[in-house]
Design a protein around this ligand. Structure first.
Ligand code: NAD
Ligand code: MG
Length: 387
């Protein structure tokens, strides 16, 4: 038996994080849980620490540190707090793979630390690639680090590419469920509520990505994520709406042949593959039954109604820090929508406004991303207060 794989889960209390823990405990001879982290949910983090007994835990919100420390003082578990600690724990020699299951821009800095420390990355945190795809992919290349996708569409593409060696991709199709408002007009979207937007038809996920799925921003972010993961041009990436979420995405090769990866919608499969590649470990996940899905359907995504998807293509072509600005605006706008402060349609309006307002720095360094993220957040907040 080879040495067990040391895993750090950044964001262990979230939707991806909790499912990753289920995967890890199912294979005690294969994985060794080293690190778990959370932002604010200290109670669940304590519960996870006592149950799964990692080497270290980190709470990034410093206000929760005392509670965490008090709860674990008598255990052989290291306890840390703050953003810097998040960057340090991933560098531990016992960690082989870092699963980035935290949400938003906060993933950027710890991912850079992990790559610098030559850890494999299982990437769920798509925002990191959206914000700084060029920087991250160049750094990974320089350090000889592999980035394994966790996002189901990108995992599907990755699985389709296995065994294809150097066969070029002609194009890819990312499938989209269409979210709860598939087929809606702009007029209908102007009347939707937060409650409706939070009800995703096929997936149970964190609040931010659930809203992103309803606005199709999620698919836009995934288009940008795919560009960086698979080194594609924007015209090589297409989106197709597939309401059943069974075909997880497709690759078309230069001979015209297409490969798709299919299965029931279950993120555990994609998480597990990112952690065990190239092996496929036996699971008892429910199996697909054709008779439950007598027809799989496909339709065009409406980029005129769901403007965020169109905007994602635009910022991809703008390059530089445009996608970073879009991501920041979107994070602030979605947070405001989740607090019932703005309407559903205001999210894409704010995103568009901020992308137009912001300077686009063409060959950005890390500090430029930090500055643009901050400035874009401020402009979004200002605009929200003037609405
Ligand atoms: P979630 O909201 O359920 O969980 C987020 C986790 O990140 C929690 O553990 C939280 O404590 C932590 N976190 C939040 N803010 C943080 C901060 N500022 N600093 C440090 N940690 C912070 O989110 P999720 O649905 O699990 O999504 C996580 C990531 O995975 C996102 O980037 C999302 O786009 C991506 N993703 C999720 C799914 C899914 O099915 N949920 C699918 C594909 C991709
Ligand atoms: Mg996805």
């Amino acid at each position: 038996m080879n040495k067990k794989k040391g895993i750090a889960i950044l964001g262990s209390t979230g939707s991806i994080g909790t499912q990753a823990l289920e995967v890890i405990v199912a294979y005690p001879d294969y994985f060794d849980l080293q690190v778990i982290t959370a932002h604010k949910n200290v109670d669940l983090l304590i519960e996870q620490a006592l149950k799964f007994r990692p080497n270290s835990v980190v709470i990034s919100d410093e206000n929760q540190y005392k509670k965490l420390k008090d709860a674990l003082w008598n255990e052989e578990i290291h306890v840390y707090c703050g953003e810097d600690a998040l960057c340090q724990v991933v560098e531990s020699t016992e960690v082989d793979t870092v699963l980035t299951a935290l949400v938003g821009y906060a993933g950027l800095r710890p991912t850079i630390s992990a790559i610098n420390a030559k850890k494999s990355i299982a990437l769920a945190n798509k925002e990191t690639l959206v914000v700084a795809g060029a920087l991250i992919t160049e750094l990974a290349k320089e350090r000889g680090v592999n980035i394994y996708p966790v996002d189901s569409e990108h995992s599907a593409i990755f699985q389709c590419l296995t065994g294809e060696f150097h066969n070029p991709i002609e194009k890819i199709y990312l499938t989209a469920s269409g979210g709860p408002f598939r087929g809606y007009s702009v007029d209908q979207l102007s009347k939707v509520s937060l409650e409706q937007a939070l009800k995703h038809p096929n997936w149970s996920m964190g609040a931010k990505i659930t809203i992103d799925s309803a606005t199709l921003m999620n698919k836009g972010l995934e288009v940008i994520e795919a560009k960086w993961l698979f080194d594609l041009k924007s015209e090589q990436i297409d989106v197709i709406v597939h309401p059943q979420s069974i075909v997880h995405s497709l690759v078309q090769f230069e001979d015209g042949s297409m490969k798709a990866q299919m299965g029931l919608p279950d993120m555990k499969l994609a998480i597990q593959y990112a952690l065990t590649y190239p092996a496929r470990l036996k699971t008892n996940f429910p199996r697909f039954n054709f008779m439950d899905y007598p027809s799989l359907t496909f339709e065009q995504a409406d980029r005129k109604v769901f403007k965020n998807l169109d905007l994602a293509y635009r910022v991809m072509d703008m390059q530089g820090t445009a996608a970073c600005a879009l991501n920041a605006a979107n994070e602030v706008a979605v947070a405001a929508f989740l607090e019932n402060k703005i309407s559903f349609l205001a999210i894409s309006e704010l995103n568009e406004h901020v992308v137009e307002e912001m300077t686009n720095i063409i060959s950005p360094k890390y500090d430029d991303f930090v500055a643009i993220d901050l400035a874009a957040r401020e402009i979004t907040l200002q605009k929200i207060s003037s609405l």
